[in-house]
Write a protein that binds this ligand. Structure first.
Ligand SMILES: Cc1ncc(COP(=O)(O)O)c(C=O)c1O
Length: 364
C-alpha cells in the first residue's frame, strides 16, 4: 500500500480532537459530561448569528456567494482593511491549508515553534513539505532560534500568537523585528485565533503589520470568540497579491451560506462578545485561585485555555477525569506528557472540573 500514497503521509497520525460529549455519554454511559478540551466558547453561539441562520434556512437550495461580498464588506469596515485583502475559509483551518497549497511545493521547508497547533505540521507533511520545529523558549516561540533555521528551502513560517497550547503572547515589536529580519520571499502565517482574548498591553496585531509586510497573512476565526466552531468559518488578511493567489486555489463555495450570514451578524453582537470575555476572565481568576490553593503549577494564559502541570502525568489524569464526566486535553501529542490543557468553561463547569481534579489527585 505504501507506494500508493504521497510522500510524508505514512508518518502522519490522525489529528486527535477533543473527545466529543456524545461519545463519552455513549461509551461510558455518563450523563451530562462537560467538555473543556477544545478551546470552544462555553456560553453557546452568538444569538445574533443564530437568528441570521434561521432567516437563511429557506435559501439553502442556492449556492453561497462565492465572493463572500457582505461578510468581507463587514470585516473591511470593522478592521479597516479593503475587501481585496481579505480571504474567507471553511474555518481558519482551511486557510492554513490554502496557504500550504498555494505557496509550498513538495520538498519545500516550513518552520514552526513547537509545541504549537498540530494542524500546521499535518497539512505541511500531507502536502509533501518538510517541517522544522523550533523548541519554545519557556512557553514562548524563540524567534531568534527560528530565524537561524531559515534556509533557501524555507517557503512558509507558521507563528501562532498567542500560542496554542501555552497561551503565551509575543509583543508587537518582537514580531515586527522578526519580520524585518526575514528574507522577503517567505510567507509568514500569523495565526491569531485567540487574539481577542488577550489582556496584556502591546500584543502584536497582524493587521497593523500588513502594510510593511506584503508576505504576511494574519488568520482569524469565528470559532472561539463568536462561538461558531461547529459552523466552520474563518478569515485572513494579507496583501492583494497573496489573497489573489489563494483565491485561485480555493474552491468557489468554500465559505457556506449559513456561515457567511451568521458571521456577518456575529460581528455586530457586542453584548455576546462582552459576555464571553467576562466569563473567560472570571473563569481564569477562579481556576488560578483554586489551583494555587491545591498547590498545582500552571502556565498563565492570554487566551481561553491553559496548561496545568500534573506531577503523575497528564494522560492518567485525563483518563480518570473522563470517568467523572470531565473532558480535558491530554498533551502527549504535543510532547507535554506532564500537562493537561483545559479551556475555561461556565462557572459551574469550572467548579465541577476543580472538584473532579481534587478528587482524582486526592487533594481534598
Ligand atoms: C491556533 C489555532 N488556530 C486555528 C484553529 C482553528 O480554527 P478554526 O475553527 O477557525 O478552523 C484553532 C482551533 O483550535 C487553533 O487553536
Amino acid at each position: 500500500m505504501r507506494n500508493l500514497i504521497r510522500q510524508g503521509i505514512e508518518e502522519l497520525v490522525p489529528y486527535p480532537p477533543g473527545k466529543p460529549i456524545e461519545e463519552l455519554e455513549r461509551e461510558l454511559g455518563i450523563r451530562s459530561p462537560i467538555k473543556l478540551a477544545s478551546n470552544e466558547n462555553p456560553i453557546g453561539p452568538s444569538p445574533m448569528a443564530v437568528e441570521a441562520i434561521r432567516q437563511k434556512l429557506g435559501s439553502l437550495n442556492r449556492y453561497p456567494d462565492g465572493s463572500g461580498y457582505y461578510l468581507k464588506e463587514k470585516l473591511s469596515e470593522k478592521f479597516g482593511v479593503p475587501p481585496e485583502q481579505i480571504i474567507l475559509g471553511n474555518g481558519s483551518n482551511e486557510i492554513i491549508e490554502l496557504i500550504v497549497r498555494t505557496f509550498l511545493s513538495p520538498g519545500d521547508n516550513v518552520i514552526q515553534a513547537f509545541p504549537t497547533f498540530l494542524v500546521y505540521e499535518k497539512i505541511v507533511k500531507g502536502a509533501g513539505g518538510t517541517m522544522t520545529s523550533v523548541p519554545l523558549s519557556g512557553s514562548r516561540p524563540d524567534l531568534d532560534a527560528m530565524l537561524r533555521e531559515v534556509t533557501s528551502e524555507t517557503k512558509v513560517i507558521f507563528l501562532n500568537n498567542p500560542n496554542n497550547p501555552t497561551g503565551a503572547l509575543l509583543k508587537h515589536e518582537e514580531i515586527a523585528a522578526f519580520l524585518k529580519a526575514l528574507p522577503g520571499d517567505i510567507v509568514v502565517a500569523l495565526d491569531e485565533a485567540y487574539i481577542e482574548f488577550v489582556t496584556e498591553a502591546g500584543a502584536a496585531d497582524g493587521i497593523r503589520l500588513l502594510s510593511e509586510n506584503p508576505t504576511l497573512i494574519a488568520l482569524r476565526t469565528f470559532s472561539k470568540l463568536y462561538g461558531l466552531a461547529g459552523l466552520r468559518i474563518g478569515y485572513g488578511f494579507s496583501s492583494p497579491a497573496l489573497i489573489d493567489y489563494m483565491n485561485r486555489v480555493r474552491q468557489p463555495f468554500n465559505a457556506n451560506l449559513l456561515a457567511q450570514a451568521a458571521a456577518t451578524a456575529a460581528l455586530d453582537d457586542i453584548e455576546f462578545v462582552e459576555k464571553t470575555l467576562s466569563i473567560v476572565r472570571e473563569g481564569l481568576r477562579y481556576l488560578y485561585k483554586s489551583l494555587d490553593a491545591m498547590g498545582l503549577e500552571y502556565i498563565p494564559t492570554q487566551t481561553n485555555f491553559f496548561l496545568i502541570r500534573i506531577p503523575g502525568g497528564g494522560k492518567p489524569l485525563y483518563e480518570r477525569l473522563l470517568k467523572k464526566g470531565v473532558i480535558v486535553r491530554a498533551m502527549d501529542s504535543f510532547g507535554l506528557s506532564d500537562y493537561i490543557r483545559i479551556s475555561v468553561g461556565l462557572p459551574d463547569e469550572n467548579r465541577r472540573f476543580i472538584e473532579a481534579l481534587g478528587r482524582c489527585l486526592g487533594c481534598f
